[in-house]
Write a protein that binds this ligand. Sequence first.
Ligand code: CP
Length: 324
Amino acid sequence: MSTTAPPARRKDLLDIESLTREEIVFLLDTARPFKDLFDRSVKKVPALRGKTVLNLFFEPSTRTRASFEIAAKRLSADVTNLAITQSSVTKGESILDTVDTMQSMKVDYMVVRHAAAGVPAFIARHTPAAVINAGDGNHAHPTQALLDAFTMREAVGELAGRRILLVGDLLHSRVFRSVSTVARKLDMEVGIFAPTTLIPSGRPDYMQAFNTFNEALEWSPDFVYLLRLQRERQAAHFFPSLREYHHVFGLTRERFLECRRRGIRIMHPGPVNRGVELVDEVLTYEHCLINRQVENGIAARMAVLYWLQPAVTPLPDEKEEVAS
Ligand code: CP
């Protein structure tokens, strides 16, 4: 565990913006010994014994949902995955009624993913359970940013002054918003390269924009972070074709060889669109961190669950213990 005094615990984790640098560093430091557990034959600690974690995913997920479930179980919590498509939500039950119903079952943590920005924050205001945003619309994906910062630190050590280049669909990407914010808070330099139609308006001044992939690589980034093309969120045509996108914004074989020559680390939040964001060859590159990001997601989420503090009313026997 970290040797510095831990920051005061929060009830919810809704975005990176509201975390201080100290809180981020604390979470990254806390994730480290949790990762060390993974090489042991018994990968569990009793930190959340007796607590219940509810996964409430209104949108599909492979990595985040499985990662939270494994993280909670490694902390000895009980985990329930509410299958939304088989729940009473399909009969018209509102989000709040669903949350109230689950709260009646004394859930301590709710991990929420939803297609609409703001739903986890809305739920957090209505439940004493600790709420973790597992991705809301194009707003935020804070645990993705934490696991990415952990992975970058693991790869190169101190991140201040290091450079990250974010490439692709910035407009629809909650990962872009959270990763660029965590990078900024850790004093990294942030570059972007994207179709002009996929750059959000009002981007902060600290982001350096490039006109070509080659120009961006000349900037000598330590990390090239490829964002998934969010085809399910695109209501309009933002570029002529996938082939065209790959040709201009993808990590083609030629650009990959240039990254390899420079020893640049490659990252992607997954799921990958092969042949669009990158060529297959990247996935077996020694400095491709994509599988490491997935592995580290468990440690980062363990740190978050360990740190947050639900405002759940104590049970009668706990009240007595507190009173005595
Ligand atoms: N990176 C990420 O959020 O992946 P999933 O959609 O599979 O959870």
